[in-house]
Design a protein around this ligand. Structure first.
Ligand code: G6Q
Length: 545
């Protein structure tokens, strides 16, 4: 099935390793001085998203070799396999078709010989009707009041996308409705989310692909108890205040939710790739069906770009390759994602799951231990806030931290000079990181002696700048798809499976074993290691006496 050579044996990989030794000492100052048009040349635009990758430590030769690596790694074949519905999630024997969630009605994508696009649109239509009904006040709670509050209960992929999208698109959301998100099994999450809500006006969306996830089911049970208590214990009330997003109709019915109010999706949608499936119901309730469709359209435009553009002009491919360059040849361990748009404050958290749950893998598709690094750690905060905290390390620390700056030409909420000031900071940061400040410059500014080295900025810190017009639903879709496909590109080159997540299983299983040990009346016989045994005993002593 997989005829490509192991990664480190591929010619381009070897050539890149040799090439890195040659150019690692080269400074961005030199690269820019040698090519006055570099800042215009090393840019690419697709679907209204502009990427400036000129401030990266790459030469024409680096790019040529990275593109060759993509070719030798069979990236084109892998892209085609995903888009045509092949079961590329080998360890779960599933197709990977989040791209079908945003395909137009006329598209045809087959899974096991069946076109999945009509089902996708049927669910979208059903979501649209429901959202209009709730937003229009036609859907009433048990006591006849209209719904003013929507609480999404879900975790991981069933939470991070909805939260991020709600925050990102808050500008477009219904301000006379309240949206909350409960994920953590820590009871304070639920208690705080509902403390000021009236149950008679509250709708819970229980979002869970499996409908068995411990955290979500625990929170859903508490939500039901809270609702029934608030509405005088009338069990019938559940039907008016709970809907479900799931693939598991049986479990949904067992919980007491009418399956007529269940919004489905499919096993070929991975949790972290599901914000544009019915998992996005809270997003649709917040911004309305039309804007949700615009979001999907944005995703689709970037999908089409990724699927069809030549690699040298392909945004996700270029971003994925550049990330591999630092991760595997410069030993960079992280990537900072720095949105200069406050509405994107949850975007880095969303990307943490997308990138690290996807590509945090230690074996190849053939099950062999990799002998190279896989996913870097993605992290970040919105600018300019980060500039007054951790940017110090990026500018003057000892680690190489490639950065993605994300910015928009227009503010959604223009206010005096704010946006120009914000944007001046984006451009200033990428400039400062790349070019720094030499000791000569520091001295010329009047510093002397011991102060000089402290005030030197070495520069040569790489960054991408992603620039779009403004943060619309459509642009958000493009941005998320850009990172989804960049992650795909990286996974394809590392020859790993970005679509499973076995790494989260062990902790879950151990928690199931420990729970009765914490809750049992009788002193349990503990057979863990001495640390875990001692912690359990201590907890029992503190809570059970
Ligand atoms: C995502 C993961 C994981 C998943 C959650 C919630 O890719 O699979 O984050 O989304 O564990 O699962 P359920 O939706 O089944 O509750």
């Amino acid at each position: 099935m997989n005829s490509i050579k192991p990664l480190t044996n591929r010619a381009a990989w070897k050539a890149l390793a040799a090439h890195q030794k040659k150019i690692k000492g080269r400074h961005l100052r030199q690269l820019f001085a040698a090519d006055p048009k570099r800042g215009e040349r090393l840019t690419v635009e697709a679907a209204g998203v502009f990427l400036d990758y000129s401030k990266n430590r790459v030469t024409g030769e680096t790019l040529r070799l990275l593109l060759q690596l993509a070719k030798e790694s069979g990236l084109r074949r892998r892209i085609d396999a995903m888009f045509t519905g092949d079961k590329i999630n080998l360890t779960e024997n599933r197709a990977v078709l989040h791209v079908a969630l945003r395909a137009p009605k006329t598209a045809k994508i087959l899974v096991d010989g069946k076109n999945v696009v009509p089902e996708v649109h049927a669910v979208l239509d059903k979501m649209g009707k429901f959202a209009d009904h709730v937003r229009g006040g036609g859907w009433k709670g048990h006591t006849g009041k209209r719904i003013k509050n929507v609480v999404n209960i879900g975790i991981g992929g069933s939470d991070l996308g909805p939260v991020m999208a709600y925050e990102a698109l808050k500008h477009y959301s219904r301000r006379d409705m309240t949206f909350r998100f409960v994920s953590n099994v820590d009871g304070s999450d639920f208690v705080e989310a509902v403390h000021d809500l009236n149950p008679a006006e509250t709708l819970f969306i229980v979002s869970s692909k499996t409908f068995t996830t411990l955290e979500t089911m625990t929170n859903a049970e508490s939500a039901r108890a809270w609702l029934l208590k608030g509405l005088g214990g009338r069990v019938k009330a559940v039907a008016k205040h709970f809907v479900a997003v799931s693939t598991n109709a049986e479990k949904v019915a067992a919980f007491g939710i009418d399956t007529a109010n269940m919004f489905g999706f499919w096993d070929w949608v991975g949790g972290r790739y599901s914000m544009d499936s019915a998992i996005g119901l809270s997003t649709m309730l917040a911004v309305g069906p039309k804007r949700f469709r615009a979001l999907l359209d944005g995703f689709h435009q970037m999908d089409e770009h990724f699927r069809t553009a030549p690699f040298e002009k392909n945004l996700p491919v270029l971003m994925g390759l550049i990330s591999i360059w630092y991760n595997d040849f410069f030993d960079a361990q992280t990537v900072a994602v720095l949105p200069y748009e406050n509405y994107l404050k949850r975007f880095p958290a969303y990307l943490q799951q997308l990138t690290m749950e996807s590509n945090g893998k230690h074996v190849t598709l053939e099950g062999k231990r990799v002998n190279y690094e896989t996913s870097p750690i993605y992290w970040g905060e919105p600018g300019t806030n980060g500039q007054h905290s951790f940017y110090q390390l990026i500018h003057q620390g000892t680690r190489l931290v490639p950065c993605d700056f994300i910015a928009f030409a227009h503010a959604l909420t223009p206010l005096g000079r704010h946006h120009d000031i914000l944007m001046a900071n984006v451009f200033a940061q990428t400039e400062a990181l790349a070019f720094g400040k030499t000791s000569e410059q520091v001295r010329a500014e009047g510093a002397a002696g011991l102060l000089v080295p402290h005030r030197v900025f070495e520069g040569n810190r790489p960054s991408n700048t992603i620039l779009a017009d403004r943060l619309t639903p459509e642009v958000l879709g493009k941005l998320v798809a850009l990172y989804e496909h960049s992650v795909f590109t990286q996974g394809a080159i590392w020859n790993i499976n970005p679509f499973d997540q076995w790494g989260v299983e062990l902790g879950k299983a151990l928690a199931q074993r420990i729970m009765p040990e914490l809750e049992s009346k009788a002193t349990p016989k503990l057979t863990h290691d001495s640390s875990t045994n001692n912690l359990i005993r201590r907890y029992r002593k503190l809570t059970r006496g």
